[in-house]
Design a protein around this ligand. Sequence first.
Ligand code: SPV
Ligand code: MG
Length: 431
Amino acid sequence: MKTVYMCFSTDILHSGHIDIIQRAAKLGELTLGVLTDEAIANYKRYPLIPLAERIRLFESINGVKRVVVQKTLSYRDILTELKPDIVVHGDDWKSGVQAGVRAEVIQQLQTYGGELVEFPYTHSAMEDALSAPDSRLNMPEFRRGRLKRLLQIKPCLSVMEVHNGLTGLIVEKATVNVPGGVRGFDAMWISSLCDSTAKGKPDIELVDWTSRIQTVEEIMEVTTKPLILDGDTGGQTEHFVYNLRTLERLGVSAVIIEDKVGLKRNSLLGTEGKQTQDSVRAFSQKISAGKKAQRSKDFMIFARCESLILEQGMDDALTRCRAYACAGADGVMIHSRRSTPDEVYEFMRRFRETNPATPIVVVPTTYNAATEAELAAHGANIVIHANHLLRSAFPAMVKTAEQTLQYGRTLEAEERCMTLSQILSLIPTED
Ligand code: SPV
Ligand code: MG
């Protein structure tokens, strides 16, 4: 009897799945692979049903001989281990993000004479509905907790800056093929620098919470990934406790507030602009008040420490972050404006001696040679690329404006522009 293998990432079983499983079982002894939560979250969305339950679900289906765990979207390791005679898949993976995975499977099967059998894919309206930005799953109560759950299943999350609906869509949809599968961003960062800059305003808390919240809503309406809001200083504690409940109600997953008082300037100015750090005591109280005020279990408040930015030394950064964690912060963000990650690595090594599990957020804007993998290996749990969509768009727009002036027409700028059909089809109307 031949051995047959197929892998599932779905958590919504419909008749199409049962049908393909039964057709696969007729080909031989069927082993079903179930993708890990992490592998699914990497390329699709956070699974609604956790791995252990999905395993039980598949085990109960007639014709399934056994269920195994597949750790990556790539079949490489599992095929090396099982060497099945036949791999079965729906034919939908011929195009789209899984096309590379399919090519790799075909290549590997050829090395030992295995065969790929593809059955017509049955479209699941339910799956589409769940992934849509306006689905019930993207209502605040479902969306809010996803960052916390991602932190539990992935060692390090990749987060990109967004500042409006369009950049939200870019971060929502961007994927690349990498060895082992497909990679996408885990969450979005609404940077105060980019939100302010996009409005032509300086990053000094001039753009008020009402406006910041409008940006949040604009992004939420068209995306599904978790949102982390740059909450600047959080303002006065008496205001912070109200504002964070608004964020919770909207479905924001986390707010990061920084330990500064008075006129806030952007951290990357360092000591050039006069900036004052809050006292450990007052800032810890703000964190505690926030934690006490929040109504849901899954909303997170991260404490951002500016000691390294303001050249107050490593010991000060460590003392403060330990105090903030004791005050109830769900994690700490350590910011640095050095061109190498050395001080951030030292911080993480020493902080981990007392806080092995407290999530650490890093923002490698100035030490951008460090990869996410390197930062994760040194202890980072969230890496935020804080301003790069806006910074990359700006020079292109300036160039287009200048060329139009120079030539009195837009022909010369056209080569940098998306085509008209691209812009018209980018955001289709719903019929
Ligand atoms: C932001 O993106 O607004 C930040 C990070 O707060 S930084 O600009 O580096 O201060
Ligand atoms: Mg900011």
